[in-house]
Design a protein around this ligand. Sequence first.
Ligand code: HEM
Ligand code: HEM
Length: 185
Amino acid sequence: MSTTTASGRRGRYTPTAMWFHWITALLMASILPIAWVMTNMGDNNPWEGLLYTLHKSIGLTIIAVVVLRLVWRATHPAPPLAGRAGAAVALLARTNHWLLYAVLLVMPVSGYLLSATGRFPTSYFGLFTVPGLGPHPALHRTATSVHLLGQWFVYALVVLHLLGTSYHVVIARDGTLERMLPKQV
Ligand code: HEM
Ligand code: HEM
């Protein structure tokens, strides 16, 4: 999987890992703006129900993708880090990646729990109703707090991730982004 290219750069992620990565990024890029709009629109807005359904359905899709991705990742290690990153930078990148995986699990699980113990049923893209757990005010409050607080970890980690990637692309120019992109001809 991890071969050295003609330019002397290290190997790439597998195509499956790339699909998992970019599908997750796309889902995250849609779920967050939907969350901001749905929680800021007036009650009784006719779009509110649709946006909540989309938010919850995309979130449940994310957890399915991330669980599959982690199973894949467990059997397919990442290629060695590109460039001449020092040990501290490499540790920062790796920590950032694992914390991203952590929030990608905590956010949908807390979202599911807050919804499943709340008042409104969750429809998966209008296809079927996701089983709930019945009223459970304490669990509902805890899951809501985790979900609302967790968003700040998402923002911080994604910003750090994008800053790191930008550093590799603009300053280090060490082929890090290419590791997550198909081979260019
Ligand atoms: C990676 C997955 C997820 C992310 C990143 C995410 C993110 C967010 C964000 C940023 C908010 C807005 C918080 C605010 O400022 O008010 C929110 C609210 C909400 N999310 Fe999620 N969410 C995810 C998954 C889910 C799932 C799977 C469900 C349910 C099945 C869900 C249900 C909700 C609900 C009901 C709210 C409104 C909470 C309230 O205002 O009390 N979320 N989510
Ligand atoms: C335009 C947006 C994004 C870009 C340009 C980008 C770029 C990259 C690159 C280049 C890598 C490989 C790093 C390396 O070789 O060490 C990577 C890995 C990773 N990215 Fe992103 N990313 C983006 C969005 C996201 C988002 C939104 C998430 C999740 C919320 C995410 C989660 C991850 C994770 C978990 C890894 C580690 C993969 C592994 O080793 O298992 N990325 N990203």
